[in-house]
Ligand binder design. Structure first.
Ligand SMILES: N[C@@H](CCC(=O)N[C@@H](CS)C(=O)NCC(=O)O)C(=O)O
Length: 301
């Protein structure tokens, strides 16, 4: 009767969803600082893919919220696709979840195991863990052909994702803490958006602004930036616009790829600050940036 038909229809619908959306059963929790560029990248990715997630804003002073793990940074993504899993590092998170969305062959657990932490030594002689293959999607031949019809687009996407992590992010601090006034405005925004106690927020704002003003000068040296750090920002952003070119809406073509999402995610953390307004006025980024805002807004759940 009617009920049977209804149940059958519901069953069909479920099946359909399950086939279309392997992520239907994905429970995600993002541990983040709202104003951190790496976290913003992950949100841009999840939002664009319409994946719902919960956010745990971490207090950057005590970091109580992430005491459950020995990994000391954010973002951290807890993902439950059957079994709870912890994913560290923004690019690993993005590559692993993207692989999972494309490929139904492997469990998320298996996919994550393809991104092993590896010990490396930095230029400064510090031992750090870096995740292997973090810009690489773990696809078989058929999937690769479907997602990357030509090899060049895959290489290009990896190149610019790496560029966003290794170059673009380093331009943020020197630019948003450039002058004492900008440093104060930046910390006002960090405290407003982040998770701080009342007193904590008050002290963080002033002490943070002073500290970051000086630290940003050191970062400027370390990354060999020009005296006027805005110039590096403008050049980088224009280089990106040029790489996208005039003949496509996004680097991914008609839709953003992971490089578009990474660059957008990084730049977005400057919104509301002087550096962002300057960038909009002095570079050619605006049309692309607006397109990114629009597609992400449309996709958001
Ligand atoms: N490679 C990492 C970098 C993450 C990162 O540096 N996060 C910063 C916040 S913006 C952090 O948690 N720093 C804390 C620390 O280094 O102790 C990623 O892509 O997720």
């Amino acid at each position: 009767g009617g009920a049977g038909l209804y149940l059958a229809a519901r069953h069909r619908l479920r099946e359909h969803w399950a086939a279309e959306l392997p992520a239907g059963s994905l429970q995600l929790t993002l541990y983040q600082y709202k104003t951190c560029p790496f976290c913003s990248k992950v949100r841009a990715f999840l939002d664009y893919h319409g994946l719902p997630y919960e956010i745990v804003e971490v207090n950057p002073i005590m970091r109580k919220e992430i005491k459950f793990t020995s990994y000391r940074k954010v973002p951290i993504l807890l993902a439950n696709a059957g079994r709870p899993l912890q994913l560290n590092d923004s690019s690993v998170i993005i590559s692993a979840i993207k692989t999972y969305l494309i490929s139904k062959r492997n469990s998320l657990e298996e996919i994550v195991s393809f991104y092993p932490p590896m010990k490396t030594v930095t230029e400064q002689g510090k031992e750090v863990f870096e995740y292997g293959n973090k810009y690489w999607l773990m696809l078989d031949e058929k999937e690769t052909k479907r997602v990357y019809p030509v090899k060049e687009v895959r290489v290009e996407e990896m190149k610019w994702r790496k560029w966003a992590d290794d170059w673009l992010v380093h331009l943020i601090s020197p630019n948003v803490y450039r002058t004492p006034r900008e440093a104060l405005a930046s910390f006002d925004y960090i405290v407003r958006e982040g998770k701080f106690g009342t007193m904590e927020g008050f002290f963080a704002k002033y002490m943070g602004a002073v500290a970051m003003f000086f630290i940003s000068k050191r970062l400027k040296k370390r990354h060999h930036l020009q005296d006027n750090v805005r110039e590096d920002l403008y050049e980088a952003v224009n280089e990106w616009v040029k790489a996208v070119g005039k003949h496509r809406l996004f680097m991914g073509g008609n839709q953003p790829n992971l490089a578009d999402l990474a660059v957008y995610g990084v730049l977005r953390v400057m919104e509301g600050l002087e550096a962002f307004d300057d960038m909009m006025v002095h570079t050619k980024i605006q049309p692309w940036y607006q397109r990114m805002e629009e597609v992400i807004q449309k996709a958001e759940v």
